[in-house]
Design a protein around this ligand. Structure first.
Ligand code: MV4
Length: 450
Protein backbone atom coordinates (compact mmCIF):
# COMPACT_ATOMS: atom_id res chain seq x y z
CA UNK A 1 0.00 0.00 0.00
CA UNK A 2 1.57 3.27 -1.14
CA UNK A 3 -1.07 5.86 -1.95
CA UNK A 4 -4.42 6.38 -0.24
CA UNK A 5 -7.44 8.28 -1.49
CA UNK A 6 -9.36 9.91 1.37
CA UNK A 7 -13.03 9.81 0.41
CA UNK A 8 -14.31 12.38 2.89
CA UNK A 9 -14.07 15.99 4.03
CA UNK A 10 -13.84 17.99 7.25
CA UNK A 11 -12.01 17.00 10.38
CA UNK A 12 -11.99 13.27 9.61
CA UNK A 13 -10.31 13.82 6.25
CA UNK A 14 -7.64 15.85 8.05
CA UNK A 15 -7.33 13.13 10.72
CA UNK A 16 -6.87 10.40 8.09
CA UNK A 17 -4.34 12.47 6.11
CA UNK A 18 -2.24 12.95 9.27
CA UNK A 19 -2.30 9.19 9.93
CA UNK A 20 -1.20 8.55 6.33
CA UNK A 21 1.69 11.02 6.75
CA UNK A 22 2.82 9.29 9.95
CA UNK A 23 2.92 6.00 8.04
CA UNK A 24 4.73 7.56 5.08
CA UNK A 25 1.78 6.91 2.76
CA UNK A 26 1.01 9.34 -0.06
CA UNK A 27 -2.43 10.92 0.07
CA UNK A 28 -4.96 12.06 -2.49
CA UNK A 29 -7.90 14.18 -1.29
CA UNK A 30 -11.21 14.63 -3.03
CA UNK A 31 -13.33 17.73 -2.70
CA UNK A 32 -16.58 19.27 -3.86
CA UNK A 33 -16.67 22.65 -5.56
CA UNK A 34 -17.68 24.17 -2.20
CA UNK A 35 -14.53 22.75 -0.55
CA UNK A 36 -11.97 23.96 -3.07
CA UNK A 37 -9.85 25.77 -0.47
CA UNK A 38 -10.55 23.40 2.42
CA UNK A 39 -7.73 22.33 4.74
CA UNK A 40 -7.92 18.67 3.72
CA UNK A 41 -7.32 19.59 0.07
CA UNK A 42 -4.26 21.62 1.06
CA UNK A 43 -2.76 18.95 3.33
CA UNK A 44 -2.94 16.18 0.72
CA UNK A 45 -0.30 15.57 -1.95
CA UNK A 46 -2.98 15.98 -4.60
CA UNK A 47 -6.63 16.94 -4.62
CA UNK A 48 -9.30 15.97 -7.15
CA UNK A 49 -12.59 17.80 -7.58
CA UNK A 50 -15.47 15.34 -7.76
CA UNK A 51 -18.28 17.74 -8.54
CA UNK A 52 -20.88 20.11 -7.14
CA UNK A 53 -21.75 19.94 -3.46
CA UNK A 54 -25.25 18.72 -2.59
CA UNK A 55 -26.25 15.12 -1.90
CA UNK A 56 -25.59 12.47 -4.58
CA UNK A 57 -22.88 14.64 -6.09
CA UNK A 58 -19.27 14.84 -4.95
CA UNK A 59 -18.61 12.93 -1.72
CA UNK A 60 -21.29 10.31 -2.45
CA UNK A 61 -20.50 9.77 -6.10
CA UNK A 62 -19.08 6.24 -6.23
CA UNK A 63 -18.05 6.17 -9.93
CA UNK A 64 -16.29 9.58 -9.69
CA UNK A 65 -14.45 8.61 -6.51
CA UNK A 66 -13.30 5.25 -7.89
CA UNK A 67 -12.20 7.02 -11.09
CA UNK A 68 -10.30 9.62 -9.02
CA UNK A 69 -8.51 6.86 -7.10
CA UNK A 70 -7.55 4.96 -10.24
CA UNK A 71 -6.63 8.10 -12.17
CA UNK A 72 -4.21 9.23 -9.45
CA UNK A 73 -2.57 5.83 -8.98
CA UNK A 74 -4.01 5.11 -5.54
CA UNK A 75 -4.05 1.55 -4.24
CA UNK A 76 -6.33 2.14 -1.25
CA UNK A 77 -9.37 4.19 -0.22
CA UNK A 78 -10.19 5.40 3.30
CA UNK A 79 -13.86 6.38 3.59
CA UNK A 80 -13.70 8.17 6.97
CA UNK A 81 -17.10 8.04 8.68
CA UNK A 82 -20.50 8.86 7.15
CA UNK A 83 -20.87 9.23 3.42
CA UNK A 84 -19.62 5.92 1.99
CA UNK A 85 -18.10 4.22 5.04
CA UNK A 86 -20.97 1.75 5.48
CA UNK A 87 -21.92 1.35 1.83
CA UNK A 88 -21.23 -2.32 0.96
CA UNK A 89 -21.60 -1.42 -2.72
CA UNK A 90 -18.78 1.12 -2.44
CA UNK A 91 -16.52 -1.39 -0.66
CA UNK A 92 -17.32 -3.93 -3.40
CA UNK A 93 -16.62 -1.38 -6.16
CA UNK A 94 -13.22 -0.65 -4.62
CA UNK A 95 -12.40 -4.37 -4.43
CA UNK A 96 -13.55 -4.90 -8.02
CA UNK A 97 -11.12 -2.22 -9.23
CA UNK A 98 -8.20 -3.56 -7.23
CA UNK A 99 -8.36 -0.86 -4.55
CA UNK A 100 -8.03 -1.80 -0.87
CA UNK A 101 -11.02 -0.50 1.07
CA UNK A 102 -9.91 0.60 4.54
CA UNK A 103 -12.64 -1.22 6.41
CA UNK A 104 -14.29 -4.62 6.64
CA UNK A 105 -15.38 -6.81 3.73
CA UNK A 106 -18.52 -5.94 1.76
CA UNK A 107 -20.04 -9.13 3.25
CA UNK A 108 -19.44 -7.99 6.85
CA UNK A 109 -20.78 -4.50 6.05
CA UNK A 110 -23.88 -6.01 4.43
CA UNK A 111 -24.59 -8.40 7.29
CA UNK A 112 -24.21 -5.76 10.00
CA UNK A 113 -26.14 -3.29 7.84
CA UNK A 114 -29.10 -5.64 8.12
CA UNK A 115 -29.93 -4.72 11.70
CA UNK A 116 -32.37 -7.60 12.05
CA UNK A 117 -29.80 -10.16 10.85
CA UNK A 118 -27.25 -8.65 13.26
CA UNK A 119 -29.74 -8.95 16.12
CA UNK A 120 -30.43 -12.61 15.25
CA UNK A 121 -26.71 -13.33 15.10
CA UNK A 122 -26.19 -11.75 18.52
CA UNK A 123 -29.01 -13.83 19.99
CA UNK A 124 -27.54 -16.99 18.45
CA UNK A 125 -24.16 -16.17 20.03
CA UNK A 126 -25.74 -15.78 23.45
CA UNK A 127 -25.23 -12.00 23.49
CA UNK A 128 -28.13 -10.34 25.36
CA UNK A 129 -30.63 -8.62 23.04
CA UNK A 130 -33.71 -6.56 23.93
CA UNK A 131 -36.84 -8.73 23.97
CA UNK A 132 -38.44 -8.39 20.56
CA UNK A 133 -39.93 -9.95 17.48
CA UNK A 134 -38.35 -13.18 16.25
CA UNK A 135 -38.15 -11.84 12.69
CA UNK A 136 -39.73 -9.21 10.46
CA UNK A 137 -43.01 -7.70 11.69
CA UNK A 138 -45.82 -7.68 9.13
CA UNK A 139 -48.94 -7.81 11.29
CA UNK A 140 -49.93 -7.11 14.88
CA UNK A 141 -49.73 -10.86 15.60
CA UNK A 142 -45.96 -10.74 15.02
CA UNK A 143 -45.48 -8.51 18.08
CA UNK A 144 -47.99 -10.15 20.39
CA UNK A 145 -45.28 -11.33 22.80
CA UNK A 146 -43.15 -8.18 22.79
CA UNK A 147 -45.12 -5.90 25.13
CA UNK A 148 -45.43 -2.09 25.31
CA UNK A 149 -43.95 0.43 24.87
CA UNK A 150 -42.27 -1.00 21.83
CA UNK A 151 -39.94 0.35 19.23
CA UNK A 152 -40.37 -0.33 15.52
CA UNK A 153 -37.03 -0.33 13.75
CA UNK A 154 -36.13 -0.51 10.07
CA UNK A 155 -33.91 -3.52 9.28
CA UNK A 156 -32.03 -1.34 6.77
CA UNK A 157 -31.92 1.66 9.13
CA UNK A 158 -29.58 2.14 12.06
CA UNK A 159 -28.32 5.08 14.06
CA UNK A 160 -31.88 5.80 15.13
CA UNK A 161 -33.11 6.48 11.60
CA UNK A 162 -36.55 5.05 10.89
CA UNK A 163 -37.39 4.23 14.54
CA UNK A 164 -40.93 4.71 15.89
CA UNK A 165 -42.13 4.34 19.49
CA UNK A 166 -45.51 2.63 19.91
CA UNK A 167 -47.16 3.05 23.34
CA UNK A 168 -50.27 0.89 22.99
CA UNK A 169 -51.79 -1.89 20.89
CA UNK A 170 -54.38 0.39 19.19
CA UNK A 171 -51.61 2.56 17.75
CA UNK A 172 -49.72 -0.41 16.33
CA UNK A 173 -51.49 -0.94 12.99
CA UNK A 174 -51.12 2.60 11.61
CA UNK A 175 -47.60 3.02 13.05
CA UNK A 176 -46.49 -0.19 11.42
CA UNK A 177 -47.75 0.94 8.03
CA UNK A 178 -46.06 4.32 8.40
CA UNK A 179 -42.80 2.77 9.54
CA UNK A 180 -42.73 0.36 6.60
CA UNK A 181 -43.50 2.99 3.97
CA UNK A 182 -40.95 5.42 5.47
CA UNK A 183 -38.31 2.70 5.52
CA UNK A 184 -39.08 1.77 1.92
CA UNK A 185 -38.74 5.42 0.86
CA UNK A 186 -35.57 6.09 2.88
CA UNK A 187 -33.65 2.83 2.49
CA UNK A 188 -35.36 1.00 -0.39
CA UNK A 189 -36.36 -1.75 2.04
CA UNK A 190 -39.53 -1.70 4.12
CA UNK A 191 -38.58 -4.54 6.47
CA UNK A 192 -39.50 -3.67 10.08
CA UNK A 193 -38.74 -5.44 13.35
CA UNK A 194 -39.85 -4.66 16.86
CA UNK A 195 -38.15 -4.46 20.24
CA UNK A 196 -39.39 -3.58 23.68
CA UNK A 197 -38.58 0.14 24.10
CA UNK A 198 -36.21 0.64 27.01
CA UNK A 199 -36.48 4.22 28.28
CA UNK A 200 -33.87 6.22 30.19
CA UNK A 201 -31.08 3.87 29.19
CA UNK A 202 -27.45 4.71 28.61
CA UNK A 203 -25.78 4.24 25.27
CA UNK A 204 -22.49 2.38 25.65
CA UNK A 205 -20.35 1.10 22.78
CA UNK A 206 -17.25 -1.09 22.55
CA UNK A 207 -14.36 -0.36 20.18
CA UNK A 208 -12.99 -3.44 18.43
CA UNK A 209 -10.08 -3.90 16.06
CA UNK A 210 -9.48 -7.04 14.01
CA UNK A 211 -7.14 -8.16 11.26
CA UNK A 212 -7.21 -10.52 8.29
CA UNK A 213 -5.30 -13.14 10.32
CA UNK A 214 -8.08 -13.77 12.84
CA UNK A 215 -6.79 -11.61 15.69
CA UNK A 216 -9.43 -9.42 17.30
CA UNK A 217 -8.97 -7.13 20.30
CA UNK A 218 -11.17 -4.61 22.05
CA UNK A 219 -10.15 -1.16 23.29
CA UNK A 220 -12.72 -0.67 25.98
CA UNK A 221 -15.98 1.18 25.87
CA UNK A 222 -17.33 4.69 25.45
CA UNK A 223 -20.44 6.24 26.94
CA UNK A 224 -22.33 8.25 24.32
CA UNK A 225 -25.56 8.88 26.20
CA UNK A 226 -25.32 12.65 25.93
CA UNK A 227 -27.06 13.19 22.63
CA UNK A 228 -30.05 14.90 21.13
CA UNK A 229 -32.17 13.45 18.34
CA UNK A 230 -29.50 10.82 17.67
CA UNK A 231 -26.79 13.46 17.28
CA UNK A 232 -24.14 12.75 19.87
CA UNK A 233 -22.83 15.84 21.64
CA UNK A 234 -20.39 14.60 24.29
CA UNK A 235 -18.75 11.21 24.69
CA UNK A 236 -16.45 9.76 27.31
CA UNK A 237 -14.24 6.78 27.98
CA UNK A 238 -14.48 4.72 30.08
CA UNK A 239 -18.23 4.62 30.79
CA UNK A 240 -18.81 6.15 34.25
CA UNK A 241 -19.86 3.78 37.01
CA UNK A 242 -19.48 0.53 35.09
CA UNK A 243 -18.10 -2.30 37.22
CA UNK A 244 -15.22 -4.50 36.05
CA UNK A 245 -17.41 -7.60 35.60
CA UNK A 246 -19.95 -5.86 33.35
CA UNK A 247 -17.19 -4.09 31.47
CA UNK A 248 -15.53 -7.42 30.68
CA UNK A 249 -18.86 -8.98 29.63
CA UNK A 250 -19.57 -6.10 27.24
CA UNK A 251 -16.14 -6.46 25.66
CA UNK A 252 -16.52 -10.23 25.27
CA UNK A 253 -19.95 -9.81 23.67
CA UNK A 254 -18.51 -7.30 21.20
CA UNK A 255 -15.58 -9.55 20.33
CA UNK A 256 -17.90 -12.54 19.84
CA UNK A 257 -19.82 -10.62 17.20
CA UNK A 258 -16.68 -9.35 15.47
CA UNK A 259 -15.25 -12.87 15.29
CA UNK A 260 -18.51 -14.34 14.01
CA UNK A 261 -18.42 -12.16 10.88
CA UNK A 262 -14.61 -12.41 10.44
CA UNK A 263 -14.50 -8.69 10.99
CA UNK A 264 -11.49 -6.75 9.69
CA UNK A 265 -10.58 -3.22 10.72
CA UNK A 266 -12.00 -0.88 13.36
CA UNK A 267 -15.63 -1.37 14.38
CA UNK A 268 -18.03 -0.37 17.12
CA UNK A 269 -20.58 -2.57 18.84
CA UNK A 270 -23.44 -0.59 20.42
CA UNK A 271 -25.37 -1.55 23.53
CA UNK A 272 -28.04 -0.02 25.68
CA UNK A 273 -27.28 -0.18 29.39
CA UNK A 274 -29.73 0.04 32.27
CA UNK A 275 -27.73 2.03 34.83
CA UNK A 276 -29.66 0.72 37.85
CA UNK A 277 -29.22 -2.99 37.11
CA UNK A 278 -26.14 -2.72 34.85
CA UNK A 279 -27.95 -5.03 32.46
CA UNK A 280 -27.01 -4.49 28.85
CA UNK A 281 -28.37 -5.49 25.45
CA UNK A 282 -26.89 -5.43 21.95
CA UNK A 283 -28.38 -2.83 19.58
CA UNK A 284 -26.28 -2.75 16.42
CA UNK A 285 -22.74 -2.75 15.05
CA UNK A 286 -21.23 0.15 13.13
CA UNK A 287 -18.64 -0.99 10.63
CA UNK A 288 -16.57 2.21 10.47
CA UNK A 289 -14.35 4.51 12.48
CA UNK A 290 -16.62 6.70 14.59
CA UNK A 291 -16.56 10.43 15.26
CA UNK A 292 -15.87 9.75 18.95
CA UNK A 293 -12.88 7.43 18.42
CA UNK A 294 -10.42 9.94 19.99
CA UNK A 295 -11.65 9.34 23.55
CA UNK A 296 -10.58 5.72 23.14
CA UNK A 297 -7.24 6.82 21.71
CA UNK A 298 -6.66 9.18 24.65
CA UNK A 299 -7.12 6.46 27.31
CA UNK A 300 -5.36 3.64 25.43
CA UNK A 301 -2.59 5.54 23.63
CA UNK A 302 -3.49 3.59 20.48
CA UNK A 303 -3.81 5.43 17.14
CA UNK A 304 -6.91 3.78 15.71
CA UNK A 305 -6.68 5.38 12.28
CA UNK A 306 -3.06 4.33 11.80
CA UNK A 307 -4.04 0.81 12.84
CA UNK A 308 -6.96 0.83 10.38
CA UNK A 309 -4.49 1.60 7.61
CA UNK A 310 -1.96 -1.00 8.76
CA UNK A 311 -4.60 -3.72 9.06
CA UNK A 312 -5.94 -2.82 5.59
CA UNK A 313 -2.40 -3.26 4.27
CA UNK A 314 -2.46 -6.84 5.58
CA UNK A 315 -0.44 -6.34 8.75
CA UNK A 316 -1.56 -8.15 11.89
CA UNK A 317 -2.96 -6.12 14.81
CA UNK A 318 0.33 -5.28 16.57
CA UNK A 319 -1.09 -5.57 20.10
CA UNK A 320 -2.23 -8.42 22.26
CA UNK A 321 -5.28 -7.86 24.43
CA UNK A 322 -3.10 -7.76 27.55
CA UNK A 323 -1.00 -4.99 25.96
CA UNK A 324 -4.02 -2.68 25.89
CA UNK A 325 -4.01 -0.61 29.08
CA UNK A 326 -6.77 1.85 29.85
CA UNK A 327 -5.35 4.85 31.75
CA UNK A 328 -7.34 7.86 32.98
CA UNK A 329 -10.56 9.33 31.68
CA UNK A 330 -11.25 11.16 28.40
CA UNK A 331 -14.11 13.45 27.35
CA UNK A 332 -14.95 14.68 23.85
CA UNK A 333 -17.12 17.77 23.30
CA UNK A 334 -18.41 18.25 19.77
CA UNK A 335 -18.12 21.88 18.80
CA UNK A 336 -20.78 22.35 16.13
CA UNK A 337 -21.83 25.44 14.18
CA UNK A 338 -25.29 25.34 15.73
CA UNK A 339 -27.50 27.53 17.91
CA UNK A 340 -28.53 25.45 20.96
CA UNK A 341 -31.09 28.09 22.00
CA UNK A 342 -32.89 27.63 18.68
CA UNK A 343 -33.22 23.88 18.77
CA UNK A 344 -29.61 23.38 17.68
CA UNK A 345 -30.35 25.00 14.33
CA UNK A 346 -27.30 24.70 12.02
CA UNK A 347 -25.47 28.01 11.53
CA UNK A 348 -23.47 27.91 8.32
CA UNK A 349 -21.39 31.01 7.57
CA UNK A 350 -17.85 32.26 7.69
CA UNK A 351 -15.68 31.50 10.73
CA UNK A 352 -14.00 34.87 11.32
CA UNK A 353 -11.88 33.95 14.34
CA UNK A 354 -10.88 30.52 15.56
CA UNK A 355 -8.60 30.01 18.56
CA UNK A 356 -8.70 26.47 19.90
CA UNK A 357 -7.27 25.65 23.33
CA UNK A 358 -4.00 23.75 23.69
CA UNK A 359 -1.97 22.25 26.49
CA UNK A 360 -1.33 19.14 28.46
CA UNK A 361 -4.09 16.55 28.02
CA UNK A 362 -5.90 18.65 25.39
CA UNK A 363 -6.41 17.61 21.78
CA UNK A 364 -8.46 19.40 19.13
CA UNK A 365 -9.33 17.59 15.90
CA UNK A 366 -10.51 20.16 13.37
CA UNK A 367 -10.41 21.34 9.78
CA UNK A 368 -11.29 24.92 10.70
CA UNK A 369 -9.08 28.02 10.69
CA UNK A 370 -9.93 31.73 10.79
CA UNK A 371 -11.51 32.38 7.38
CA UNK A 372 -12.94 28.89 6.87
CA UNK A 373 -16.41 28.93 5.32
CA UNK A 374 -18.97 26.51 6.80
CA UNK A 375 -21.09 25.43 3.84
CA UNK A 376 -24.76 24.56 4.43
CA UNK A 377 -24.52 21.18 2.66
CA UNK A 378 -22.63 19.17 5.26
CA UNK A 379 -22.86 18.39 8.93
CA UNK A 380 -22.04 21.22 11.27
CA UNK A 381 -19.06 19.74 13.15
CA UNK A 382 -16.32 22.37 13.47
CA UNK A 383 -14.01 20.68 15.94
CA UNK A 384 -13.77 17.95 18.52
CA UNK A 385 -12.32 19.08 21.83
CA UNK A 386 -10.88 16.02 23.51
CA UNK A 387 -9.35 16.08 26.98
CA UNK A 388 -7.80 13.41 29.15
CA UNK A 389 -7.07 13.45 32.87
CA UNK A 390 -6.13 10.93 35.54
CA UNK A 391 -9.79 10.47 36.53
CA UNK A 392 -13.25 11.77 35.59
CA UNK A 393 -13.24 14.86 37.86
CA UNK A 394 -9.83 15.86 36.52
CA UNK A 395 -11.03 15.40 32.93
CA UNK A 396 -14.14 17.49 33.65
CA UNK A 397 -12.01 20.29 35.13
CA UNK A 398 -9.69 20.22 32.16
CA UNK A 399 -12.60 20.27 29.70
CA UNK A 400 -14.09 23.30 31.49
CA UNK A 401 -10.85 25.25 31.24
CA UNK A 402 -10.36 24.26 27.63
CA UNK A 403 -13.89 25.38 26.71
CA UNK A 404 -13.30 28.74 28.42
CA UNK A 405 -10.23 29.23 26.23
CA UNK A 406 -11.95 28.16 22.99
CA UNK A 407 -12.84 31.25 20.94
CA UNK A 408 -14.91 31.11 17.80
CA UNK A 409 -16.40 34.13 16.03
CA UNK A 410 -18.63 34.35 12.98
CA UNK A 411 -20.88 31.38 13.69
CA UNK A 412 -22.77 30.25 16.78
CA UNK A 413 -21.42 27.14 18.46
CA UNK A 414 -22.20 24.50 21.07
CA UNK A 415 -19.34 25.67 23.34
CA UNK A 416 -21.70 27.36 25.84
CA UNK A 417 -23.92 24.29 25.89
CA UNK A 418 -20.97 22.11 26.86
CA UNK A 419 -19.97 24.51 29.64
CA UNK A 420 -23.47 24.16 31.11
CA UNK A 421 -23.34 20.37 30.82
CA UNK A 422 -20.00 20.25 32.65
CA UNK A 423 -21.46 22.29 35.53
CA UNK A 424 -24.63 20.21 35.85
CA UNK A 425 -24.99 18.03 38.97
CA UNK A 426 -26.57 15.15 36.97
CA UNK A 427 -23.61 15.04 34.60
CA UNK A 428 -21.10 15.28 37.43
CA UNK A 429 -22.84 12.36 39.17
CA UNK A 430 -22.86 10.30 35.96
CA UNK A 431 -26.67 10.36 35.98
CA UNK A 432 -27.32 11.02 32.29
CA UNK A 433 -29.35 8.89 29.91
CA UNK A 434 -30.33 9.17 26.26
CA UNK A 435 -33.32 11.45 26.95
CA UNK A 436 -31.49 13.78 29.34
CA UNK A 437 -30.59 16.67 26.98
CA UNK A 438 -34.20 16.92 25.82
CA UNK A 439 -35.48 16.87 29.43
CA UNK A 440 -33.02 19.49 30.75
CA UNK A 441 -34.29 22.51 28.85
CA UNK A 442 -31.92 24.87 30.69
CA UNK A 443 -28.90 23.40 28.92
CA UNK A 444 -29.83 24.93 25.60
CA UNK A 445 -29.64 28.57 26.72
CA UNK A 446 -27.44 30.57 29.10
CA UNK A 447 -28.81 30.99 32.64
CA UNK A 448 -30.71 34.31 32.96
CA UNK A 449 -28.92 37.01 35.00
CA UNK A 450 -29.93 36.95 38.74
C1 MV4 B 1 -33.12 1.25 21.45
C2 MV4 B 1 -33.34 2.04 22.58
C3 MV4 B 1 -34.19 1.55 23.55
N1 MV4 B 1 -34.79 0.36 23.39
N2 MV4 B 1 -33.72 0.07 21.36
C4 MV4 B 1 -31.07 4.43 18.74
C5 MV4 B 1 -29.99 4.44 17.75
C6 MV4 B 1 -29.55 3.06 17.63
N3 MV4 B 1 -28.16 2.98 17.41
C7 MV4 B 1 -30.02 2.39 18.87
N4 MV4 B 1 -30.99 3.23 19.43
C8 MV4 B 1 -31.73 2.85 20.49
N5 MV4 B 1 -32.33 1.65 20.45
C9 MV4 B 1 -34.53 -0.35 22.30
N6 MV4 B 1 -35.15 -1.54 22.17
C10 MV4 B 1 -32.68 3.27 22.66
C11 MV4 B 1 -31.90 3.68 21.59
C12 MV4 B 1 -31.28 4.96 21.70
C13 MV4 B 1 -32.05 6.12 21.75
C14 MV4 B 1 -33.45 6.12 21.70
C15 MV4 B 1 -34.16 7.29 21.73
C16 MV4 B 1 -33.50 8.50 21.86
C17 MV4 B 1 -32.15 8.53 21.90
C18 MV4 B 1 -31.40 7.35 21.86
C19 MV4 B 1 -30.01 7.38 21.92
C20 MV4 B 1 -29.28 6.24 21.87
C21 MV4 B 1 -29.92 5.01 21.77
Amino acid sequence: MKRVLVANRGEIAVRVIRACRALRLEVVAIHSEADRGALHTRLADRAVCVGPPPARGSYLNVPSIVAAALGTGCDAVHPGYGFLAEDAGFAAACRQHGLRFVGPSPEAIRLMGDKLAARSLAARLGVPVVPGSAGPVRTAADVAAVGYPLLLKAAAGGGGRGMRVVRSADALGPELELAASEARAAFGDGTIYAERYLERVRHVEVQVLADAHGRAIHLGERDCSLQRRHQKLLEEAPAPGLGPRRRAELAEAALGLARAVRYEGAGTVEFVLDAATERFAFIEMNTRIQVEHPVTEMVTGVDLVQLQLRVAAGEPVPLRQEDVRMVGHAIECRVNAEAPAEGFRPCPGLVRAFTPPAGDGIRVDTHVEAGTPVPPFYDSLLAKLVVVGPDRPAAVARARRALEAFHVEGVETTIGFHRRVLDHPDFLAGRVHTGWVEEERGLAAPAPPP
